[in-house]
Design a protein around this ligand. Structure first.
Ligand code: OFO
Length: 169
């Protein structure tokens, strides 16, 4: 059985995942408004990934016989300084989410909740991927600098990203 403290913490994380989804949709809207359909597509795919992360937590809390309690989702920022600034904010956000996951793992260890500890390992691995994906894009953006042609090529490439739900074990 999950402790009350753990249920509250998992519900907080559920909210954080849906906030991430909301944040990335806002970034997609910014890109759409600034004629970067490929970057917008990448962010919409990220939105779908975050929904998947949230849904996975929803299922776990229910499977353990606890109660999901949804809270208000904070409003994300709407305006951004540049393409580079958006991806810098994305990396900072993912690093923040990694710290939230690490705190959850810490709580699971503290409470000797080995089932939740085991369950959270999926998120630990996922965060490595999340940070790496954004870091790779940031390196390319920095190399492209303000050369419109390179930016266009990167936009085109990121337009090919599609969401593939991970196979659930
Ligand atoms: Fe759910 O990983 Fe990003 O925030």
């Amino acid at each position: 059985m999950l402790s009350k403290k753990m249920v509250d913490a998992l519900n907080e994380q559920l909210n954080a995942e849906f906030y991430s989804a909301y944040l990335y949709m806002s970034m997609a809207a910014y890109f759409e408004a600034n004629d970067y359909p490929g970057f917008a597509n990448w962010m919409v795919t990220q939105f779908q990934e975050e929904q998947f992360h949230g849904n996975k937590l929803f299922k776990y809390i229910n499977d353990r016989g606890a109660r999901v309690k949804l809270k208000a989702i904070a409003a994300p920022p709407i305006e951004f300084e540049s393409v580079l600034a958006v991806f810098e904010e994305t990396l900072a956000h993912e690093q923040h989410v990694t710290s939230l996951i690490n705190n959850l793992v810490g709580l699971a260890i503290e409470e000797k909740d080995y089932a939740t500890h085991n369950y959270l390992q999926w998120y630990v691995s996922e965060q490595i991927e999340e940070e790496k994906n954004v870091s790779d894009i940031l390196s390319k953006l920095k190399r492209a600098g303000d050369k419109p042609q390179l930016l266009y090529m990167l936009d085109d490439k990121l337009g090919q990203r599609v969401f593939t739900p991970p196979v659930e074990e």
